[in-house]
Design a protein around this ligand. Structure first.
Ligand code: ASP
Length: 423
C-alpha cells in the first residue's frame, strides 16, 4: 500500500472515530475524555508533531548549508534568490487578487444574519522594518533554539558560502554536512512511516471537537474561501508549472499528495517542511541546492492559501459592517496581504493575526476577525495544504529554469515513494 493510501485511511478512520464520539456525546464520559481523547489521542498527535518539528531546524541548517556551498561555487546565489522571492511574491499577489475578485462576485458578507462574534484581541503584528531587520540573526544559536526560520536560513546561506570560500578546511566540513544531510533524509523517511498514525490522532481530535453550526452560518464565506483555494491549486499552479516548465501538472500534484495531507492534518507548513523538502527533492526531482533554499524559504514567506483567506475575509468583514472599499483599498489589500504573508509564521492560526494588519491598512475594525474565528480551524488546514503546494511549485519552476531539475525523477511514478515500513 502506498503511503498516501495509508495516510488517507488514517485520516478517514480518525475523522469517523472523532465524529462518532461527538455524535454519541461520548467525549462527556470522564473515562473517554481523560484517558482516550486527552490522553492517548492528544498525546499521539503531539508526539507526531514533535517528531516533525524536531527535524525542521537541523534539517534546514544542514541541507541549506550544503545547497548554499554548491551555489557559491557557481556564483548563482543572488540570481536564484531573486527569482525565488519574486515568484513567491507573484503567486501570492495572484492568490489574493483571485480571492478578492471571487469575493466581490459572491458577496459573502451580504445578508449574513446574526453571527456570534468571539472576542478577538489582536496581538501586535510586526511592522515592515522589524520584519526585515529580523531576518538577520544576532545569535544563530538563539535563532535555532527559538525556531526563527528566516534567521536560520540567513545563517545557513552565509555559512555555506563561507564553506565554499574556505578552501580545504571548508571542503572537509562540507563533506561532514553532506553526510549529515543524507542521514537526515533517512530520518525523515523513518518519521514518515508513522504519519498515518499521527494523522489518525489529529483527525480524531478534529472530528470530536469541530462544530458544523458555525460553518452553516458562515457558509458563503467558508465556501468562497474553499472555492478560491481549489481554483488556485487546480488552475493557477498548473498554469505556472505548464508555462514555465512544460511539465505535467497532474504528475506534480499527485507527487505532492503526502505533504498536502500532512499540511492539512497539522495546519503548519513549518511542521510539514521536512516532508515537503523530501518530496520536492526525491519525488519531484529538484536538486538539493535549489530545494534546500526554495522550500524552507517558501514555508516561511510563501502563504498563498493564507493570502486567499485574507482577501475573502477582508471583503466579508467590509460588507458585514457595511463599509465600502475603493479600488485603491483593494490594491492596498493585495499589497499588504502579500507582504503580510512574509511575516506570517508557518504555524496554525497565524494567518488571522496578520489579517488584522491587512484590515488596519484599509480602516476596517480588527474585531471583525472575531466573526470568522469559528470556521477558521478547517480553513487553516486547507490553506496550509495550498501553502506547501505553492512552495514546491515555485521550487520546481526555479529548478527547471536553472537546469537543476531531474526530469526522469519527475516522470518516474515510484521515485522516492515510501511503501510499507522497512522500504
Ligand atoms: N497555518 C498556516 C501555515 O502554517 C499559516 C496560517 O495561515 O495561519 O502555513
Amino acid at each position: 500500500m502506498t503511503l498516501t493510501t495509508r495516510i488517507l485511511i488514517g485520516m478517514a478512520l480518525g475523522l469517523a472515530c472523532g465524529a462518532l464520539l461527538q455524535w454519541l456525546a461520548l467525549q462527556e464520559s470522564h473515562f473517554l475524555n481523560v484517558y482516550f481523547l486527552h490522553g492517548l489521542i492528544a498525546g499521539g498527535g503531539e508526539i507526531f508533531l514533535r517528531l516533525l518539528r524536531m527535524m525542521v531546524v537541523p534539517l534546514v541548517l544542514i541541507s541549506l548549508t550544503c545547497g548554499a556551498a554548491s551555489l557559491g561555487a557557481t556564483g548563482k546565489v543572488g540570481r536564484l534568490g531573486g527569482k525565488t522571492i519574486g515568484l513567491y511574491l507573484l503567486t501570492t499577489a495572484v492568490a489574493v487578487s483571485l480571492a478578492l475578485s471571487l469575493a466581490l462576485v459572491v458577496d459573502p458578507g451580504l445578508g449574513v444574519g446574526e453571527v456570534e462574534s468571539e472576542v478577538y484581541t489582536a496581538k501586535e503584528a510586526p511592522g515592515i522594518k522589524n520584519t526585515l531587520v529580523n531576518i538577520f540573526p544576532d545569535n544563530p544559536i538563539k535563532a535555532m533554539a527559538d525556531g526563527r526560520m528566516l534567521q536560520v536560513i540567513m545563517f545557513a546561506i552565509l555559512l555555506g558560502l563561507a564553506l565554499n570560500a574556505a578552501g580545504s578546511a571548508g571542503q572537509r566540513i562540507l563533506a561532514v554536512f553532506e553526510d549529515l544531510n543524507e542521514i537526515f533524509m533517512k530520518l525523515i523517511t523513518m518519521v514518515i512511516h508513522v504519519t498515518p498514525y499521527g494523522v489518525f490522532c489529529l483527525m480524531v481530535t478534529l472530528g470530536a471537537t469541530v462544530g458544523l453550526a458555525e460553518i452553516t452560518k458562515l457558509g458563503v464565506y467558508f465556501f468562497t474561501v474553499v472555492f478560491a483555494l481549489l481554483l488556485h491549486m487546480t488552475l493557477v499552479y498548473p498554469t505556472f508549472l505548464r508555462v514555465f516548465t512544460g511539465l505535467n501538472p497532474l504528475t506534480y500534484l499527485r507527487k505532492m499528495r503526502e505533504p498536502m495531507l500532512v499540511a492539512f492534518s497539522t495546519s503548519s507548513s513549518g511542521a510539514t517542511l521536512p516532508v515537503t523538502l523530501r518530496t520536492v527533492e526525491q519525488r519531484v526531482g529538484v536538486s538539493n541546492n535549489v530545494a534546500s533554499f526554495a522550500v524552507p524559504l517558501g514555508a516561511t514567506i510563501n502563504m498563498d492559501g493564507t493570502a486567499i483567506m485574507q482577501g475573502v475575509a477582508t471583503v466579508f468583514i467590509a460588507q458585514f459592517f457595511g463599509i465600502g472599499l475603493s479600488a485603491e483599498d483593494y490594491l492596498l489589500v493585495i499589497l499588504t496581504a502579500t507582504l503580510a504573508s512574509i511575516g506570517t509564521a508557518a504555524v496554525p492560526g497565524v494567518g488571522l493575526i496578520m489579517l488584522t494588519m491587512v484590515l488596519d491598512q484599509v480602516g476596517l475594525p480588527a474585531a471583525g476577525v472575531g466573526l470568522i474565528i469559528g470556521v477558521d480551524r478547517l480553513l487553516d488546514m486547507m490553506r496550509t495544504a495550498v501553502n506547501v503546494t505553492g512552495d514546491g511549485m515555485v521550487a520546481t519552476v526555479v529548478a527547471s529554469s536553472e537546469d537543476a531539475l531531474d526530469r526522469d525523477t519527475f516522470r518516474d511514478k515510484h521515485a522516492g515513494a515510501v511503501y510499507a515500513a522497512g522500504n
